[in-house]
Design a binder for this molecule. Structure first.
Ligand code: HEC
Length: 138
């Protein structure tokens, strides 16, 4: 019994390492942990801390409400949620969830920033050239 538990834990870890975040959806990687560890307080009726985690069902919902999810990420990484005295979530699952949230924030940033980034780069280049000229002529 002990042996088979250890073996399945190993298999789980190996799989988790082999496929970091690719193909992981909100439903498969985030919702299971939330429903086990968070929904008892953060649901439609209780909304502890004014947060109803049951209301989120997709990656888009998460990135649209980024402020709240920055908090979720912080609380999870600090081990502050679920609160002291509650059963601890599985650390491997917490890691999956925090990596997924970060991954979604990165994806959202990549989708929204390229334009602004390009403009800034162009401006920087132009001012660099001016600076270089200034140095040459000084
Ligand atoms: C036993 C009830 C309980 C459980 C279970 C619980 N929380 Fe909370 N949570 C609270 C209470 C009460 C607050 C408000 C007080 C505070 O901020 O510490 C809160 C606040 C929060 C906040 C801050 C809300 C904000 O936007 O300012 C976040 C984020 C959070 N919880 C996330 C979670 C996550 C993620 C889980 C599951 C891993 C979880 N909580 C599980 C009771 C709970």
């Amino acid at each position: 019994m002990k042996y088979s538990l250890a073996a399945s834990a190993f298999t789980f870890t190996a799989c988790a390492l082999a496929a970091p975040t690719a193909g992981k959806t909100f439903q498969t990687s985030v919702q299971p942990l939330l429903s086990k560890n968070c929904f008892s307080c953060h649901n439609e009726q209780l909304k502890s801390g004014d947060l109803n985690l049951q209301a989120y069902t997709s990656a888009d919902a998460v990135t649209k409400d980024r402020d709240k999810w920055e908090n979720v990420l912080r609380r999870l990484e600090a081990g502050e949620m679920p609160p002291k005295g509650m059963p601890r979530p599985d650390p491997a699952e917490v890691k999956t969830v925090t990596e997924w949230i970060r991954g979604e924030f990165d994806r959202a940033d990549r989708n929204t920033k390229p334009e602004a980034g390009r403009v800034t780069a162009r401006r920087l280049n132009r001012s660099n050239i001016t600076t270089r000229f200034a140095i040459c002529w000084a």
